[in-house]
Write a protein that binds this ligand. Structure first.
Ligand SMILES: [Zn+2]
Ligand SMILES: [Zn+2]
Ligand SMILES: [Zn+2]
Length: 272
């Protein structure tokens, strides 16, 4: 099972689109892994996680043929995760040989409402509203939507994805909700892979914050280890970085590699 990070920044990108701070200036100078676009990932070749406005450039720079993607999971309706107007490009005439069965969208309330307000029948998309703790199966995947601590009222979701391996894709969220820990424990979930929200890096975060830094990531990992959801074999990746937290790639690697975390970057692909 393969996961590819297509975009690894928070909403503003890194360097941030209109920013002149010292971190963004240095990222522009260094380039390479310091250039982070908006949040998106691809599992194997057919399951896309989120649809930011950077999707088109992600497809070009990673050689992705969009017509091959069968499933789209959207975490929430913030624009760095969901830019539904792009789906108009599935319209007859913009995309040939499409049918509704070729792309199935799954998302929570906020993203579903945003999509439904825009969609036209000729976009050729099957849309599915997911409730927290709902499980759906499609293709080779079984996916459970879990509630995120983020964007109150939107019903944001993080996703437990089970196929040959078991993954938790946790973007965006603050410190996990108690019911998420309880669910994972009750289901005796054993994660092969977890992708954790590291928006704030070393900027302190609180229990009620809508993103995490290393402080709350360490608490989440400790708790998941105690309830045996995370084991010594779980691959732990940090992702979704804000320019405010200096996410230069070498700085992040120096900070966390001895702690057992991998730092994501745009185009990073990992076999799980
Ligand atoms: Zn985000
Ligand atoms: Zn900046
Ligand atoms: Zn968000």
């Amino acid at each position: 099972m393969k996961l590819t990070y297509l975009g690894t920044a928070a909403a503003e990108g890194f360097p941030a689109i209109f920013c002149n701070c010292k971190y963004c200036t240095e990222a522009r100078r260094l380039g390479g892994k310091n250039i982070r676009t908006r949040s998106q990932a691809l599992i194997n070749d057919d399951l896309l996680l989120d649809l930011p406005a950077d999707t088109y450039s992600h497809f070009l720079s990673n050689g992705i043929e969009g017509h091959k993607i069968k499933y789209l999971l959207v975490t929430h309706s913030h624009s760095d995760h969901f830019y539904p107007a792009e789906l108009e490009m599935r319209h007859n005439g913009f995309a040939h040989n499409m049918d509704t069965n070729q792309l199935k969208l799954f998302c929570g309330k906020g993203a579903f409402t945003a999509f439904e307000s825009l969609k036209r029948e000729n976009w050729n998309i099957g849309s599915n509203l997911l409730k927290p703790f709902e499980t759906v199966s499609f293709g080779n995947y079984t996916v459970t939507a879990l509630p995120a601590r983020h964007f109150i009222g939107d019903e944001p979701l993080i996703y437990l994805i089970e196929s040959e391996k078991t993954l938790l894709y946790a973007h965006d969220t603050g410190y996990f909700l108690d019911e998420v820990f309880d669910f994972l424990k009750e289901k005796s979930v054993k994660l092969d892979f977890i992708s954790l929200d590291c928006t704030c890096v070393d900027i302190p975060t609180k229990d009620e914050s809508s993103h995490m830094g290393i402080d709350n990531i360490e608490r989440v990992v400790k708790k998941l280890t105690e309830i045996e959801v995370i084991t010594n074999n779980t691959i732990k990746v940090l992702n979704h970085f804000s320019h405010n937290a200096n996410p230069l790639h070498h700085v992040l690697e120096q900070r966390v590699s001895s702690m057992g975390y991998i730092v994501s970057y745009d185009g990073f692909s990992i076999e799980i």
